[in-house]
Write a protein that binds this ligand. Structure first.
Ligand code: FMN
Length: 357
């Protein structure tokens, strides 16, 4: 319980800073790539398909989604965060995609903070995934309390987020990460709801994924390099060039790019859920992630930006992603997501094709 002494209002201030800095940007290191630009689909000019019959639906964690898409984990715990969450959850309900809550840590410290996370009145049917940090899990929770945290907000599953890079850069961050894997193993064995593990922008690498294989988790979300960088955001939060701020700027694209993380995750966890995320910005990238092995994808920052203009703007952004995915599926001859998995996706290397023999 070493970390429970932090005042809830400090946590609220930090969440507020995070939202503001994420919106002002830049949220990633210039030139950082999610790795998907190295892949191209082969387009079919004779697809032998009716575009109107292309089916983007998928099953995830016991629910049917209109497309393999989730609004990524972002926020909760302040009035402003609650307002953003309601906009995002309502848009998810209207479009049939999943919705992930931001860290529910404020609820551990102030149970009344549940209001900014409890969205079942606007999203009664939506797949909702709760969220808690690996450190809070280790220090403050067991399988029972984790289940209660999910139940309090009607979540279908819960994410444990791993953010050692962010914590290392954050002035008030947790620097001792010993024992987190064991804590995940214990709750995954004991809890009566699906537990998934996610990064927050440095990507799950091969060794981490192999370690997670020994636990009973239901799946992972990659949150790879190439998208929102928490090292960068924490560096921007420090107004002076402190040693940690310098480290944050340098390490802003440290880790495993999204494309690579999905490939590693599918290999390490062949029969579990793999959600691709980290810098995904359109439906073509979602299509590539599915072909690389993801079951679904999450996008966070683009929907935070859209939410500033209200529910309609988020709905329009989601519909744009789904329509792009549908047309990409049509053009690679995939009537459904199973077939999209088999589509021809070529890796573009640096060699001039005319030199290849
Ligand atoms: C404003 C903001 C707040 C976030 N808060 C959380 C969080 O509380 N818990 C978590 O697991 N991930 C959090 N994330 C990380 C995202 O879920 C996601 O993994 C990461 O941003 C990469 O996706 P993106 O490039 O689409 O933004 C947050 C991201 C943003 C932009």
């Amino acid at each position: 319980m070493a970390h429970t002494s932090r005042k809830p209002n400090q946590l609220g201030d930090r969440k507020g800073d995070h939202l503001r800095i994420a919106l002002d940007g830049p949220v990633q290191r210039p030139g950082a790539s999610n790795g998907l630009d190295r892949y191209r689909f082969e387009a079919l000019s004779l697809p032998e398909l009716d575009l109107n019959r292309v089916d983007t639906r998928c099953q995830l964690l016991g629910k049917t989604l209109a497309a393999p898409l989730l609004i990524g984990a972002m926020t909760g715990g302040t009035n402003e965060a609650g307002r953003v969450n309601r906009i995002l959850a309502e848009a998810a309900e209207r479009t049939g995609v999943g919705f992930c809550l931001g860290s529910q840590r404020p609820m551990l410290e102030k149970p009344e903070e549940v209001t900014s996370f409890d969205l079942r009145d606007v999203a009664p049917r939506t797949l909702i995934i709760g969220n808690i940090g690996g450190i809070q899990l280790r220090d403050e929770m067991d399988a029972g309390t984790l289940e209660s945290l999910a139940q309090a907000v009607g979540a279908d599953a819960i994410y444990v987020h791993l953010n050692p890079l962010q914590e290392a850069i954050q002035p008030e961050g947790d620097r001792d990460w010993r024992g987190v894997l064991d804590a995940i193993g214990e709750v995954a064995a004991g809890a009566n709801l699906p537990i998934l593990v996610k990064e927050v922008g440095a990507g799950l690498g091969e060794e981490t994924l192999r370690a997670l294989r020994s636990t009973g988790i239901a799946g992972v979300e990659t949150a790879g390099v190439g998208g929102t960088s928490w090292a960068q955001i924490e560096a921007l939060r420090q107004h002076a060039k402190t040693p940690r701020a310098i480290a944050g700027a340098v390490l802003a694209d440290f880790g495993t790019p999204t494309a690579q993380s999905i490939i590693h995750a599918r290999r390490a966890l062949p029969n579990r859920i793999v959600i691709g995320s980290g810098g995904l910005r359109d439906g073509l990238e979602v299509a590539k992630c599915i072909t690389l092995g993801a079951d679904a994808c999450a996008m966070a920052w683009p929907f935070l930006v859209a939410a500033q203009d209200g529910v309609e703007a988020v709905v329009a952004a989601i519909e744009g992603v789904i329509e792009t995915l549908r047309i990409a599926m049509f053009l690679v001859g995939a009537p459904d997501l199973l077939q999209l998995r088999q589509a021809e996706l070529h890796y573009i290397d640096n060699q001039d094709p005319r030199e290849r023999r």
